[in-house]
Each structure stands twice: as C-alpha cells, then as structure tokens.
Write a protein that binds this ligand. Structure first.
Ligand SMILES: [Zn+2]
Length: 415
C-alpha cells in the first residue's frame, strides 16, 4: 500500500470520528438541558417550546450523523473503491474527443454526488422539518428545486470545469496561476450575479410596501450609508416557517433580504435592529473579507493541485491508474475535505467574530434591547437550541450561542 493511501484512510477516519464525537456531545448537551429554560429566556420561552427545540436539535443531529457516515463511504468508494476510474471508463464509451470526454466524466460525477445528497435533503425536509411543523415545501416544489439546482449547477460549473481542464492541458507549468485567475473571476461574477439573476429563479423578491416600516427602514439605511432600494422581502414562507434575514451580493447588486416570515413575527423596532445588524455586515465589509479568505485558500489549493499533478504516485494512491487532469481534479476534490477539516474551527471563528461585530454595530445604530428581543423570538420560532455544546459550537457554529449574544446586547437580563 502506498503511504499516501494509508494517510488518506487515516485522515478520513479521523475526521469522521471527530465529527461523530462532536455530534454526540451536542446531543448530550442539548438533552441534559432539555427540562430547564436558561434564565434570560425564561420569560419569553415556555418549557414546552424549549423541550421541543431540544428534540428538534437532536433529530437534526441524527440526520447529520448518518450523512457524515454516508459521505465518508462515498469518498472511499469514489477513490480507493475505483468509482472515479469506473465513471471515466463509462464515459469513454461515448467515443468523444479528449476534452469533451473529460467534461462528461466531471458531469457524471456531479450527477452522482447530487443523487447521493438528495435523500438527505428529502429526509430533513419531509421527516424532520415536517415533524416539528416547520415544513411548507411540497414534493412538487422539492422536485422543481432539485431540477433547477442541477440545471444552474451544470450551466455555471461545466464551462468552468472545461476552462480549467483546458488550461491544465495547454497552459504549461504555470497553468495553476491562470486557473486561479479564472476561478477568482468566476467567484466575483457569481457573487455579483447571484442576488439579481440566480436567487430569483428560486424565490420571489419584492421591495417593502410603503408605510411605517418602509419609512423606518429607509431612514436607518440612509443613516448607515446604504441605498434603501437595496432592501428586499423574500417569500421564504413558500418553503418553511423559519424566519431569517441576510446580506448578500457585490458591487451594485448588494442586497439586504428579509424573509416574509420575519416581517410577520417581529415588531418595527425589532426589524430595524435586525436591519442594523445586516447593515453592520455591509459596513464592516464582511462579504469582501470572506471572499478574500476563500480566494487565498483557492490559490493555495491550485498550487497544491499543480504539485500533485506532477507527482506520479498521487492518482494511483487514490485508485486511478490511467488518469488525466479531470481525474486529478476529482480525486483532489474527494481527498481535500478529509485534510481541510482541521481548518473548520478557524472559519467558524471568523464567522462568529463577524456576528459579534455586526451585533455591536446594531447596538450603536439601533436599539440593542430590541435586537435582543428579536433574537429571543428568532431562537424561539426557529426552534434553535439555547444550550449547544461548547466544543461543537467552536467547531461548527457560524453564529455565537444565544446566551452570549444576549449577554452582550442586554447585560441586565443575564441572570
Ligand atoms: Zn449576521
């Protein structure tokens, strides 16, 4: 056995073991606190709602455990199990020229990976979300979403894959620098186009109706230097009762989006405070920072890929004996997560820092107490756990735990 084969098996097993251990800790922490509402939430959240949120978190964690195991089995089957080599042999039967054949193998892989993920999406939507009363997605909408997702993915990713494969073949030893340039241009283009051209394929977006809320939103946005016409309402209620708000987009397509479910759940002052939080993400350039980090990781990834492409042991060590640039790309995509897993806590930490910073911004530009009230309602209505495991949070949570956020926004409520 090649030493790298062993290293890959060890990394994959270790990352799976840590994931399952973290999820087990999360389930234990949530169960241990199931019957006791944390003091700052006692007035707003009933013991029954708190217990229901705990059961919901446990159910979600169970799906995640099975999904992690399936993901590891899939990675093994596609690499050492010969899956990628077999896909490549099947597409070779079509008798295509070299580049179309390589793109066809990438497309077949994408189709297979999507098919493996779909049952888990269905399980979450129709079993877990439905059981706790959150789901509004019909089977027809679910199928339409899956087909549209596949079409958008193919339209965006297959031309990119063709360009990368062509560069790997034709651009000489420095191909990875050009490939990184193409990747960066693609990331910027998608970041710019997403809110305006792609998200509307899945949801309807409208401007706020005129009234007190619109006036409040416009004056706050103006004070924070944001174009008020960039504030939209999305029909999130088509798919679920969960409420949320987010900031997205680059350049002139920057948008703050409220779910319609949030508008009906929060009072005007609370919505203003949530808007101030999203404006914080905009003013503090969090989207740009995340993009810069992801491009830095991509540059390192392409350099590594170029080196591995020159090493004759890499592809055979992962189950492909007669490969090309396309199998190199696919094997790299399958193997990298097992190693990059150790960086996961860093990206979660960056995200939580951004959330704290956006909360601070909101406290300065709107009402901190109203934001605390809005968060309590959001945690209650979304069934989010108030008592996550600290290690699970450190590894995975994009948002700080509710108790920490409330303690900073409204210290007087923290018993
Ligand atoms: Zn945020």
């Amino acid at each position: 056995m090649h030493p790298f084969t062993l290293l890959f098996i060890l990394a994959l097993s270790a990352s799976l073991a840590v994931e399952l251990w973290l999820l087990t800790r999360q389930v234990r922490a949530v169960r241990a606190n199931r019957d006791r509402v944390p003091a700052p939430f006692a007035a707003a959240i009933t013991p029954a709602a708190h217990a229901r949120a705990a059961d919901y978190t446990v159910a979600q964690s169970r799906v995640a455990m099975v999904e992690r195991v399936a993901g590891a089995v899939f990675a093994l089957a596609m690499t050492l199990g010969g899956g990628i080599a077999a896909l490549d042999a099947v597409t070779a039967h079509a008798g295509l020229a070299a580049l179309p054949h390589q793109v066809a193998t990438v497309a077949a892989f994408g189709l297979l990976a999507t098919a493996v993920g779909l049952p888990f999406d269905a399980w979450r939507t129709f079993r877990v979300e439905a059981r706790f009363g959150f789901n509004r997605t019909t089977p027809a909408l679910f199928a339409a979403d899956a087909l549209k997702g596949l079409a958008v993915g193919a339209l965006l990713l297959l031309p990119l894959a063709a360009l990368l494969l062509w560069l790997m073949h034709r651009a000489g030893a420095a191909w990875w620098v050009l490939a990184f340039g193409a990747w960066a241009a693609f990331s910027l283009l998608v970041g710019w186009a997403w809110p305006r051209f792609i998200a509307p394929l899945f949801n309807r977006f409208r401007e706020l109706e005129s009234g007190d809320l619109r006036d409040a939103v416009e004056s706050l946005a103006r004070r924070c230097g944001f174009e008020p016409r960039g504030v939209y309402v999305m029909d999130g209620s088509r798919r679920s009762t969960h409420g949320n708000a987010y900031f997205t987009g680059l350049g002139r397509n920057k948008r703050i989006v409220f779910f319609d479910t949030l508008l009906s759940a929060l009072a005007t002052a609370e919505l203003q405070a949530v808007l101030a939080h999203e404006l914080g993400h905009y003013r503090l350039r969090h989207v740009t920072a995340r993009l810069a980090v992801s491009l830095g990781v991509a540059l390192a990834g392409f350099a590594l890929l170029a080196w591995l492409g020159r090493e004759p042991w890499f592809q055979p060590a992962l189950g492909v004996t007669a490969g090309g640039p396309h199998t190199l790309l696919l094997l790299f995509m399958m193997a990298a997560p097992a190693f990059l897993f150790v960086l996961r806590p860093l990206s979660a930490l960056l995200s939580r820092r951004h959330e704290f910073a956006a909360d601070r911004y909101a406290a300065e530009h709107a009402d901190a107490a109203a934001l605390a009230d809005a968060l309590v309602k959001l945690y209650r209505d979304n069934g989010s756990t108030l008592t996550p495991d600290p290690l699970y949070t450190a590894f995975h949570a994009s948002h700080p735990p509710a108790l920490l956020r409330i303690a900073r926004l409204a210290p007087d409520r923290h018993a």
